[in-house]
Write a new protein. Sequence first.
Length: 381
Amino acid sequence: MNFELTPVQSELRELARRFVKKNIWPIVEHDEETGTFRPEIIAGLGELGLTGIPVPEALGGAGLGYQEYIVALEEIARASAAYAISVAVTGLPQVILTEGGTDAQKSKYIPPLASGKAIGSFSLSEASSGSDAGSLRTTARLDGSHYILNGTKLWTTQADSASTILLMARTGGPGPKGISAFILEKDTPGLRMGKREKKMGLHISHTMECVLENVRVPIENRVGAEGAGFQVAMNALYAGRITIAAVALGVAATALETAAHHSRERQQFGRPIGELQGVQFMLADMATSLDSARLLVQRAAWLKDNGLPFATEASMAKLAATDMAMQVTTDAVQILGGSGYTQDFPVERLMREAKVLQIVEGTNQVQRMIIGRAVHQQKEF
Ligand SMILES: Cc1cc2nc3c(=O)[nH]c(=O)nc-3n(C[C@H](O)[C@H](O)[C@H](O)COP(=O)(O)OP(=O)(O)OC[C@H]3O[C@@H](n4cnc5c(N)ncnc54)[C@H](O)[C@@H]3O)c2cc1C
């Protein structure tokens, strides 16, 4: 067992850290306030090879694994959960097409996403189907060489900037087995953006309603077999949960750093508050839970990279890391006292960012359902 980063992982972390310091930290608070998303940041990360880390080099990726991907995502999330999520969501169609796309789909859609020149989206949720994604209603009817899609998707991260959307729609009867997956291109007639959600945080990341009115998608853009779309979506989410967990690590790490710094600087009762046991114990719990979660995230990434079953462990990593981030950011606000509640420090933003991580890519109740089912079958611990 080796707990050190490899030379490649260290190099990636340094690359990401330098880019984030120069390009994201200076704009993040302003852009969160104004809801400004800058595609050039994704392009810049792409130039460094950070937008297609787990994709083969032949398809324009870095040819590395999730163990490298989580290192880069954590670094980006230290400054901005929104940009880290942007990279992670752009990764979803890439990973799905790499693992199950046709050669034509791979060569057409992956290289622009892997290089950061294009942005990707993943569109599963609808108004009436969130956790129960298998009940989605958007329809896709076969008509000669095309499917005709009708319906309204909700919550599609960065659909307004995306050129490639992996979208799930119903081709058959009710339930998960009636769902198929499609690649939709940005300017397809009939596809338009509806409302943009007004959210608690993560304002840089635009969360979009997508309206589909007689959208014609060529049959060759179906991903996997007809009826296999729910499995395609789940495969994306199993892998995606590792990335959301990595984002949570970055959010929590900055919160802890800010709290520890404050505890050294802020004096009360004649000494730094970090010398008070009540504050020290909070810092101790924060650091211990961050490191525990990081180990779970690394394990899930290692399992995936080694071709082993990883879905339950990805749920455990997502559950532990995002609950940890919620607790650590809340405690960081507490340690900063009144200042923690102001926008003079990043911790209130980090707390708002942590909250959404407990909801996206399967709420933490859904993660507990997945883990609980696996544990129910397990004989040895
Ligand atoms: C900022 C943001 C970005 C998003 N981006 C995307 C995206 O890019 N693509 C996409 O497809 N979706 C996206 N989503 C949607 C997200 O995946 C859903 O919000 C999430 O799956 C939960 O669905 P819901 O909001 O409908 O909540 P519901 O499913 O209505 O759940 C409400 C509550 O009930 C609980 N609950 C539901 N079922 C159970 C159960 N069986 N047992 C116990 N508790 C249960 C939930 O945990 C939750 O607490 C995004 C959401 C947000 C907020």
